[in-house]
Design a protein around this ligand. Structure first.
Ligand code: F6P
Length: 526
């Protein structure tokens, strides 16, 4: 495939950008009373407002032409048809089947999904009604999920968003830093604690280390046979889970066609189901499925994930904004920025295209974020006046689920005000220190409520956005080879960290110096 910047569609878009560079977001609003109406799209309680991006109608036409030209429609259809679109790993990409196996051509996939969902539902029910107990016959009161990356962020985000206080408390230990497991185990009773080991590969160092320590902690208190009664595994490697001591009936499969960062919807989502209840988890899957159907069937021009992706392409590649702030104005979505960070940056943070040619445009923004309004008191100064600038995606929820009056209108007023300030700015009454340039793009996603359905829709919206952008950049969004080298080097460093360093390796001077100081501060021999 020709380099994307050599295509007619890309050149036309870049040319249009150059000729309209001086038009501001304020100009676009001033010239068009229908700008909001014509630049926002709604699907079943999810409103996507792209009108505060500096994108005019001709730019939209150019972006849609680029999407067609890059083969977004064909790539989308290939994903749904179960083609091996993860070419470097030789895998299908079928997380959409987890939301509705019946829509997928491969009958085996549908059967696997249906059977596993039934087992997960029964397990969740048995924990909640107390019929499945720990070794000493007591019902489980705490669930500790041990997993990292995709086996952590999605389950944690959704458990925080929709977890219920009347179900066992679900905690998370991800980091190999023992402080994380220490915090997860604080004040829990081993007899009433269930551990979930979420690891697609069942080889991840952090997860296996935490699982082994948790198993020791448990067996010291409950007895040597405790693991089989208090551990479950969510994995594509059931034999490894069995070898760890986990009972076959507590091993829930995932498959190689589910990418780690897309695995929330599979057995990896069990902590989420335990936190919110099976019917809510199923409703979240249904919500994701309704976004899937929309993504699959709607023409590109009215397709929410496609429009969101294209606004991102414009901001990154045409406006040169290499960063994306994700700011949910809802404390329950506080982990959304981290979830999207992995989804976006691990999927599209690549340097080569599908053909192996070097990527010659910017791809995958630096994603960062924090819940609003907290974010306003940290990095919003930089958003409004910093010279680098970023595109922003605000997420708000219309109907709160708490009973405190006077909070929610303030919260959403702040969201709207931030987007308005970024777009329109102020001259600061002539004071240069107070002036804000405005003309800084933002997108607002407003949900009618933070219910399971809308949460599922929101997360699927982002999954498909990332996919569409990957297609346009010509990237395989489904591998992650860039994380391997560091893992290998850590494994090779480990023997030199303890009492008796092997001395077999030589290091660069910086690594050698840091290692020596680490060893001396730990009181280890030179
Ligand atoms: O960070 C690399 C990665 O492979 C992620 O893609 C994945 O979500 C995470 O590690 C955890 O992997 P696993 O579920 O196999 O333990």
């Amino acid at each position: 495939m020709t380099s994307i910047i050599a295509t007619d569609a890309w050149r036309a878009l870049a040319g249009h950008r150059d000729t309209t560079a001086s038009d501001t977001i304020a100009d676009l609003f001033a010239a068009d009373g229908d700008r909001f109406k014509n630049n926002s799209w709604e699907l079943d309680g999810v409103l996507l407002d792209l009108s505060k991006n500096r994108i005019d109608y001709a730019a939209w036409d150019g972006l849609l032409a680029l999407a067609e030209d890059a083969g977004v429609t064909a790539a989308r259809d290939a994903m749904y048809a179960g083609e091996t679109i993860n070419t470097t790993e030789g895998r299908k990409v079928l997380h959409v089947a987890l939301r509705d196996g019946t829509g997928i051509a491969d009958a085996g996939v549908a059967e696997d999904v249906t059977a596993t969902m039934a087992r997960l539902a029964a397990f969740t029910q048995a924990i909640h009604d107390g019929s499945l107990t720990g070794r000493t016959g007591k019902p489980f009161r705490h669930v500790i999920n041990i997993g990292i990356g995709g086996s952590h962020l999605g389950p944690m985000l959704t458990a925080e968003a929709l977890g219920r206080a009347d179900y066992p408390e679900v905690r998370f230990a991800a980091n190999v830093d023992g402080h994380d497991l220490t915090a997860a185990l604080a004040n829990v009773d081993p007899e009433t604690t269930l551990f979930l080991v979420g690891s697609k590969s069942f080889t991840t160092q952090e997860t296996l280390t935490n699982a082994a320590s948790a198993a020791r902690w448990l067996t010291e208190a409950v007895g040597s046979n405790a693991v089989s009664g208090h551990f479950a595994a969510l994995t594509a490697k059931p034999d490894a889970a069995k070898a760890f001591g986990i009972a076959a009936q507590h091993i829930f499969p995932i498959w190689d066609w589910v990418g780690g960062r897309f695995s929330l919807w599979s057995a990896v989502g069990l902590p989420s189901a335990l936190a919110m209840g099976w019917s809510a988890f199923a409703a979240m899957l249904d919500g994701a499925h309704s976004m899937d159907r929309h993504f699959r069937d709607a023409p590109l021009a009215v397709n929410l994930p496609v429009r969101l992706a294209l606004a991102g392409i414009w901001n990154i590649n045409m406006e040169g904004l290499g960063a994306l702030a994700v700011v949910p104005y809802d404390e329950r979505l506080r982990s959304l920025p981290a979830f999207i960070q992995q989804l976006d940056m691990e999927s599209n943070g690549k340097g080569v295209t599908q053909t192996g040619a070097p990527l010659d445009v910017a791809a995958a923004p630096i994603v960062f974020g924090l819940a609003g309004t907290n974010a306003q008191h940290t990095f919003h100064q930089w958003l409004h006046q910093g010279p680098l600038g970023a595109a922003v995606e605000f997420i708000g929820v219309a109907r709160p689920d708490h009973g405190f009056s006077g909070h929610h209108d303030k919260l959403i007023a702040n969201l709207l005000a931030q987007a308005e300030a970024l777009a329109l700015g102020t001259d600061g009454d002539g004071d240069v220190n107070r002036a804000c340039s405005g003309n800084r793009p933002s997108t607002t996603i407003l949900l009618e409520a933070l219910d399971p359905k809308r949460l599922g829709m929101l997360l699927a919206l982002y999954e498909h956005k990332v996919f569409v952008q990957g297609v346009i950049w010509g990237i395989n969004s489904f591998d992650q080879f860039g994380v391997e080298l560091g893992k290998q080097l850590a494994a090779r460093l480990l023997p030199d960290m303890g009492e008796a360093p092997t001395g077999a390796r030589t290091y660069d001077p910086s690594t050698a110096g840091l290692l020596a100081r680490y060893r001396s501060w730990r009181g280890l021999p030179e």
